[in-house]
Design a protein around this ligand. Structure first.
Ligand SMILES: Cc1cc2nc3c(=O)[nH]c(=O)nc-3n(C[C@H](O)[C@H](O)[C@H](O)COP(=O)(O)OP(=O)(O)OC[C@H]3O[C@@H](n4cnc5c(N)ncnc54)[C@H](O)[C@@H]3O)c2cc1C
Length: 306
């Protein structure tokens, strides 16, 4: 622990792993956005640390991207180095502890845990994105917050030093984690799960969660899930619905007919700006009608001038 990237990874030359001018649209669920100046997909801790060093030596900002299912990437692209975590997928089970690197898709993680007779994560079945992204935003579904199952999280600060968060340290709340407002990179997560030999029942529960999502139309059009947080326990979707905003469009973006809190890339050709502008219209209308400020849940990545 606490080794610096320079000491640990002096011999790793990652120049050949760094790609320039990479189109980002296919790396996020909205299917929008410009190019990353540079992008790397590290496959192990050494490469991850070397990537941080590479950016630091060039004074470039870094942006972490997991499954891209909770972000809106600017049409003007992302400056500096994007570190895509989806190459970090190693995982193992020891007793009740299921330990995985942060880039594993959450849905795959749930399947693996079930196969190893470990239960608990099933309500999150079908939730898009990586385990790291879910922990960072304290993802929730079916009455479960992912933070409830965390034993520890190993993360790096932007200098590449290693730290461990222990589950009992606290700091998780609605859509928030100890990593939300920091530049930390979640590297590995350990969940404490429940031994369960009834794997077919667990698999069924997980499938039901996934199917419910499909049936409520969540995947009919590209989106990033809920655009806004629920203000003080009030459903943002209900406020938007009651304001008659379902179906409102701007360019190729539309407020979903299924779920008022989803702004979708309706014609599959919306720009990120269309989606952003529509979110501003919704925000403004709710402010005017309900005197409630809606806080955006979807994270803006890249060159936004606001
Ligand atoms: C159809 C649909 C339905 C959804 N339903 C739900 C739902 O029911 N509940 C819910 O909570 N969410 C939901 N979401 C939102 C989204 O799926 C979750 O927030 C998901 O956990 C994001 O994970 P990701 O890997 O895609 O993160 P990304 O979108 O890649 O990133 C999100 C944020 O996390 C940061 N990040 C990602 N990985 C790391 C890491 N390893 N270390 C540090 N920071 C990191 C990124 O920099 C970014 O700021 C839904 C999205 C869609 C498209």
């Amino acid at each position: 622990m606490d080794t610096t990237i320079r000491n640990a990874d002096e011999k790793i030359n990652i120049d050949h792993l760094v790609h320039e001018h990479v189109a980002m649209a296919s790396l996020c669920s909205y299917g929008t956005g410009g190019e990353a100046d540079f992008l790397i997909t590290p496959n192990n801790l050494g490469e991850l640390r070397a990537a941080l060093l590479w950016a630091k030596e060039r004074s470039l900002p870094t942006t972490i991207l997991g499954g891209g299912s909770n972000v809106l990437i600017s049409d003007k692209g992302v400056e500096g180095l994007v570190i895509l975590t989806t190459g970090l997928t190693e995982h193992h089970v020891r007793g009740r502890i299921f330990c995985t690197q942060s880039g594993l898709p959450l849905d795959t993680a749930i399947n693996v845990a079930i196969e190893r007779s470990l239960s608990g994560l099933e309500p999150l079945g079908g939730l898009p994105g990586t385990v790291g992204g879910a922990v960072r935003g304290n993802a929730s579904a079916g009455g479960l917050w992912i933070s409830e199952l965390i034993e520890w999280v190993d993360y790096l600060d932007k200098d590449g030093s290693f730290h461990r968060y222990q589950g009992m340290d606290g700091g998780f709340s609605y859509k928030k984690s100890p990593f939300t407002d920091s530049e930390s990179i979640i590297y590995e997560i350990a969940f404490r799960l429940i031994p369960n030999k009834k794997t077919s029942e667990a698999r069924l529960r997980k499938e039901q969660s996934r199917i419910e999502r499909m049936e409520t139309g969540q995947f009919d059009f590209p989106s990033a899930g809920c655009m806004f947080k629920n203000p003080h326990g009030i459903s943002a979707g209900q406020l938007i619905d009651e304001a008659g905003l379902k179906g409102r469009s701007f360019g190729g973006a539309r407020v979903s007919e299924h779920h008022g809190n989803f702004i979708v890339n309706h014609d599959h050709h919306a720009s990120a700006s269309d989606i952003y502008e529509l979110s501003r219209i919704v925000e403004h209308e709710i402010e005017k009608r309900n005197k409630i400020h809606l806080e955006r849940e979807v994270i803006l990545l890249g060159r936004w001038n606001n």
